[in-house]
Design a protein around this ligand. Structure first.
Ligand SMILES: [Zn+2]
Length: 275
């Protein structure tokens, strides 16, 4: 069966001396992989037709069972050129497509995921933010939402009284530990979360536009003067642990990305971390 669809390039891997394996995200067919034979030959019809972060018009022969589909035609629709020049935005985009490639499946509807990735990559390309970390956190939050894995940060009126700024969050159950709901298992993975981080997470969840949208920043700023770096760090750590636990993705990719994007003067180069 031949299929025409829009598709975002998630990964390009070499395959033989002149060919590529290309991983795409499509709205109707989820994640697919196509072989592009002779992609690197000087006269290939595919030269310049796809690259990382492109959205393309793709025509391919679908194989019914999991496997590699055969590409027939491909033409770029959205190139997102600024990502070739703004390295911070490119590093953020590389992390987003890698994460998406790890959590998306084939042969299933991925329209919400496709729409989310499209909007976020567009935002990175059109207005490369100085600090793409917030945008990554926004993407991760809304990715979890679309996967049905959003942590539940509602508090219990009896256990989580306002005089307690730190709340204990259970990773396996995805909610705050509380005597009135399911009891935590002894030794289960948990972490402490500050109420201000919980509030920032709520803002992120409710923000429909890629964060930091002007309105969202203003809303949060009016309450907190400014978003304190330690709040962003707290939320980043929380989401990092939650994602590693529930999506089964390696944490190193995320850690290195955030180290690259760290603009504080005390940063350690990522490559020297273990020396
Ligand atoms: Zn309770």
């Amino acid at each position: 069966m031949i299929i025409q669809t829009q598709a975002i390039v998630l990964q390009i891997r070499p395959w033989s001396r002149t060919s590529h394996m290309v991983t795409w995200l499509t709205p109707e067919h989820g994640k697919i992989v196509t072989a592009v034979k002779g992609a690197c030959r000087p006269k290939s019809a595919f030269l310049g037709q796809y690259d990382l972060f492109y959205t393309c018009d793709l025509l391919f022969y679908r194989r019914e069972h999991d496997g590699v589909h055969a590409i027939r035609e491909c033409a770029p629709l959205v190139l997102r050129e600024p990502l070739r020049r703004a390295w911070r935005a490119a590093a953020a985009a590389a992390y987003l497509v890698d994460l998406t490639a790890r959590v998306a499946f084939g042969h299933q509807d991925a329209a919400p995921l496709f729409e989310l990735l499209t909007r976020t990559l567009d935002r990175l390309a059109d207005a490369p933010p100085d600090a793409p970390r917030e945008l990554i956190l926004w993407y991760e939050t809304h990715l979890l939402q679309r996967l049905g894995l959003l942590p539940d940060l509602t508090t219990c009126p009896y256990c989580h009284t306002p005089d307690r700024p730190w709340l204990r969050f259970s990773l396996p159950s995805g909610r705050f530990l509380c005597q009135h709901l399911a009891h935590g298992q002894p030794g289960e993975a948990s972490l402490s979360l500050h109420r201000d981080v919980q509030a920032l997470f709520r803002v992120l969840c409710q923000s429909a536009e890629p964060f930091p949208g002007a309105q969202v920043s203003a809303d949060f700023a009016s309450k907190k003067n400014h978003i304190q770096p330690n709040l962003i760090l707290g939320l980043s750590r929380f989401l990092g642990m939650f994602i590693a636990f529930h999506l089964d993705v390696p944490s190193a990719v995320r850690r290195v990305t955030f180290e690259m994007l760290d603009t504080t003067p005390t940063q350690k180069p990522a490559l020297l971390e273990n020396s």
